[in-house]
Design a protein around this ligand. Structure first.
Ligand SMILES: [Ca+2]
Length: 154
């Protein structure tokens, strides 16, 4: 399944264990209003169990009407929506509480349709403190979103 093109060189962070992991969405697939997300999964092995759970603390750059926890509640009917017009450089950060290695991220877009609100270019980031972020991997041109979980592997 086409997902995206990984660009650049993986950093040393890609092999490290970090408490905080984030998806920095650089832009979406053309919607001028929002970036939306139904579910995010983080995995320590490709195809492994989801490290996030409904109790995983989530911090988002913007948006107040929708709880960020909607991205980890394992409910496909709930979603997070950025503030209106905030369609670039939006960070979705997940606190795994203990340092863990992550090698794969899954993103399920909001509902049916609405592919224009899904990420197009994104960066995976890691952090020890949730404040200072380092790039782990970058993906570009993630287009043609369907209603299934899209996987990004590094
Ligand atoms: Ca959800």
């Amino acid at each position: 399944m086409f997902a995206a093109t990984r660009t650049g060189v993986l950093t040393a962070k890609a092999n490290g264990a970090y408490r905080y992991w984030a998806v920095l969405v650089l832009n979406n697939n053309g919607d001028t209003g929002f970036i939306s997300c139904s579910e995010v999964e983080l995995r320590s092995v490709v195809g492994g169990a989801d490290l996030t759970s409904p109790s995983t603390p989530v911090t988002v750059t913007s948006g107040t009407l929708f709880p960020a926890s909607n991205t980890v509640d394992n409910n496909l009917g709930t979603y997070f929506l950025t503030g209106s017009g905030q369609v670039t450089n939006q960070r979705f950060a997940f606190d795994l509480v203990t340092p863990q290695k992550v090698v794969q991220m899954g993103w399920r877009k909001r509902g049916t349709g609405l592919a224009s609100q899904a990420p197009k270019d994104l960066t995976i980031q890691a952090s020890a403190d949730g404040a200072t972020w380092d790039t782990v991997a970058s993906f570009t041109n993630s287009t043609g979103w369907d209603d299934f979980l899209r996987l990004f592997t590094w």
